[in-house]
Design a protein around this ligand. Structure first.
Ligand code: SF4
Length: 468
């Protein structure tokens, strides 16, 4: 089959990340479309002819996509979409039908999958929505289409049948093991120039998966309780070497939900990066209960220049209410060890969870005062589709009236009757940032971090001047 894989255009000129668990619209990163590049490899190995366009990276509009493809024979178009901008992203389905009315449109978004039926009903040119883990579904789905078989045999899909009825088949036959997947088809990218992370100085850059899935049970997270599958150190090192050789990539975000979930593997990857002189700097996400002093030192030696921890609160009561499965003590220790290892810290906080009150907010402020993370990312709890918190919100009728699926995806649930605490988020953000900025130690820590990581100096200056 002739298959067009497309990373969709930017939204109002702002780059968009569409990486299953992570849907972002931000000027602070242009990610390599990792999942799409793995799909390209898988389907190419199966003998299909692949056309690849990263419209987000190249800043192409829909009309430019149409110009590039209008005279081509394309049997199906595959794309990830960002559910927050669903109208914008699903315009691709209308474009595909303009290229060829018989072209099959196949999309995936982890966040919106519980509204698959509604989405297919609303967007008549959208043919197949992959609602299961994309990499487990895509091979059998394309095989089924190319052999003209009944789509009902393919688990993890929602589709419109020939008699125009929406059908959902969420039974996944077998899940793909991440280690058995081919290398992403980096040869399909014209170059790594457009990709950066945090800000445009940190490039050439690539987003890399060492594995996917998270067995933890955080109430606010829609990846919770998903099966983890990880790649071997051999495989990860092979990919880093390809990135070095093909694009002189200097920075990588290891995009697993929790890279340190397998300590032994992290140690081996770091040792190999050092031994084989790969010279690549990397960022990752982790959990405070899955790091220790020795591991962090090794990660630093292996090139780690940033860890993002989702601690969410400095109050044990709130952590328990979130089902976070960590203690404040673990969080403090992890941040102390990370600083000792000279790895800059991003601390993520989620305010306003069930049980939040003046006391828990003060505890979070104390936590920030005691740990002084280099960067703070602060948000308010939201009822994202598919989370335990959203189930509670629906059960307790915190959102008044009927839930409109599109509003839920694009604006979030308005929790009119959820008022555990009258949170002034704006004020809290200012307060927490002031705690840092008014502390000379925080400035000293940051200066030290910049001296140790000179590649972060220009980005930091830019961030300071422009606010991102
Ligand atoms: S640790 Fe919690 S928040 Fe992080 S990915 Fe797993 S379930 Fe989600």
């Amino acid at each position: 089959m002739n298959i067009l894989l497309i990373n969709l255009p930017r939204y109002k000129s702002i780059p968009v990340t569409r990486e299953e668990r992570c849907e972002l619209i931000t000027i602070s990163r242009v990610d390599t479309p990792a999942t799409l590049l793995i799909i390209a490899s898988l389907l190419r190995d199966d003998g299909h002819k692949i056309e690849f366009i990263d419209a987000n990276a190249l800043d192409l509009s829909y009309s430019e996509i149409l110009e590039r493809t209008i005279n081509k024979k394309i049997d199906c178009v595959i794309f990830p979409f960002n559910s927050q901008i669903i109208d914008h992203d699903l315009e691709i389905c209308d474009i595909a039908k303009k290229i060829d009315p018989s072209c099959i449109t196949i999309g995936f978004s982890w966040h919106a999958r519980c509204y698959a039926r509604e989405i297919l009903m609303e967007y008549s040119n959208f043919d197949i929505y992959i609602i299961g883990p994309t990499l487990s579904v895509i091979g059998s789905l394309i095989k089924c289409i190319s052999e003209n078989e009944d789509l009902g045999n393919v688990g993890g899909t929602a589709y419109r049948s020939t008699d125009n009825i929406i059908k959902l088949n969420d039974e996944i036959g077998s899940e793909v093991k991440f280690n058995n997947l081919p290398m992403p088809a980096y040869d399909l990218l014209p170059s790594f120039d457009p990709y950066y992370v945090l800000n445009p100085f940190i490039r050439p850059y690539a987003l890399v998966y060492a594995g996917k899935g998270c067995p933890f049970k955080c109430m606010y997270c829609n990846v919770a309780k998903t099966k983890y599958s990880g790649r071997s150190p051999d495989d990860i090192i092979k990919e880093l070497k390809i990135l070095k050789k093909s694009g002189n990539v200097k920075y990588v975000w290891i995009f697993d939900e929790i890279f340190t979930i397998n300590r032994k593997r992290v140690i081996e990857v770091c040792e190999r990066i050092i031994e084989e002189d790969i010279n690549i700097k990397w960022f990752c996400d982790s959990r405070v209960d899955l790091v220790d002093e020795e591991l962090l030192k090794m990660m630093r030696k292996g090139g780690c220049i940033g860890i993002s921890y989702g601690v969410e609160s400095g109050s044990q009561k709130i952590l328990d209410s979130m089902n976070k499965g960590i203690t404040v003590k673990q969080a403090r220790n992890a941040l102390v060890w990370t600083r000792k290892a000279h790895i800059p810290i991003q601390l993520n906080l989620t305010l306003g969870f069930i049980g939040e009150d003046e006391e828990s907010l003060r505890e979070t402020e104390s936590f920030v005062r005691a740990t002084l993370p280099e960067t703070l990312q602060i948000g308010q709890v939201t009822a994202k589709p598919g989370t335990g918190f959203t189930q509670l919100a629906i059960k307790n009728k915190w959102a008044r009236g009927e839930i409109n699926w599109k509003d839920h995806l694009t604006k979030g649930l308005e929790l009119t009757d959820y008022e555990p605490f009258n949170l002034d988020l704006h004020n809290e953000i200012i307060k927490l940032n002031r705690i840092l900025q008014h502390n000379p130690k925080w400035w000293i820590n940051n200066i030290n971090a910049l001296i140790r990581n000179p590649e972060l100096i220009l980005p930091a200056i830019r961030m300071f001047i422009r606010g991102y």
